[in-house]
Write a protein that binds this ligand. Structure first.
Ligand code: RTP
Ligand code: MG
Length: 143
C-alpha cells in the first residue's frame, strides 16, 4: 500500500472540549504519524479559502463562522493509505450517522460542529497541506 499524507483539522468544538490528546491517540494507534502540526485561529479569509469548493452551498456562511469561532489544530498525517485510514477514523460527516467508535460519533454534536476535518482524496490532500504548511514545515519521520 502507498504511503500517503493527509490534512487533518481538529475543529473549534473539539479543541474547546479539550480532547486534542484523545484524537491524536487515535491517529497514532491507527499507525498515522504526525509530520507537521500547528494551532491557529483562522481568519475569515483563510477559512473561506479553505472551503472555497462549498461557497455556493447554503451552509457555507455557518461553516465559516464556526471554523473561525475559536482555535483549531491543523496537522499533516502520514502513513499507509492515510487519506482513507483517516476518513475511517473520523466517521460520517453527520455524527448521527457516524459508526460507533469513530471520532465524530464520540466527540461531535451536529453536522455543523463535527469535531474534525480530513482530506477526501490524495489530490485534495496535496492542495490542503500546501494551503497550511510550507514545504520545510513538513518533517521527515525516518526513525
Ligand atoms: P470536512 O470537509 O470538514 O472534513 O467534512 P466532510 O468532508 O465530511 O464534509 P463536506 O461535504 O466536505 O462538508 C464540509 C463541512 O460542511 C458542513 N456541512 N454541513 N448542513 C449540511 O448539510 C452540511 N453539509 C456539510 C460540515 O460541517 C462538513 O464537515
Ligand atoms: Mg470535505
Amino acid at each position: 500500500m502507498a504511503i500517503e499524507r493527509t490534512l487533518s483539522i481538529i475543529k473549534p468544538d473539539a479543541v474547546a472540549k479539550n480532547v486534542i490528546g484523545e484524537i491524536y491517540t487515535r491517529f497514532e494507534k491507527a499507525g498515522l504519524k504526525i509530520v507537521a502540526a500547528k494551532m491557529m485561529h483562522l481568519s475569515q479569509e483563510k477559512a473561506e479559502g479553505f472551503y472555497a469548493e462549498h461557497k455556493e452551498r447554503p451552509f457555507f456562511k455557518d461553516l465559516v463562522s464556526f471554523m473561525t469561532s475559536g482555535p483549531v489544530i491543523v496537522q499533516v498525517l502520514e502513513g499507509e493509505n492515510a487519506v482513507l485510514t483517516h476518513r475511517d477514523l473520523m466517521g460520517a460527516t453527520n455524527p448521527a450517522e457516524a459508526a460507533a467508535g469513530t471520532i465524530r460519533a464520540d466527540f461531535a454534536q451536529s453536522i455543523d460542529e463535527n469535531a474534525v476535518h480530513g482530506s477526501d482524496s490524495v489530490e485534495s490532500a496535496a492542495r490542503e497541506v500546501s494551503y497550511f504548511f510550507a514545504d520545510d514545515e513538513v518533517c521527515a519521520r525516518t526513525r
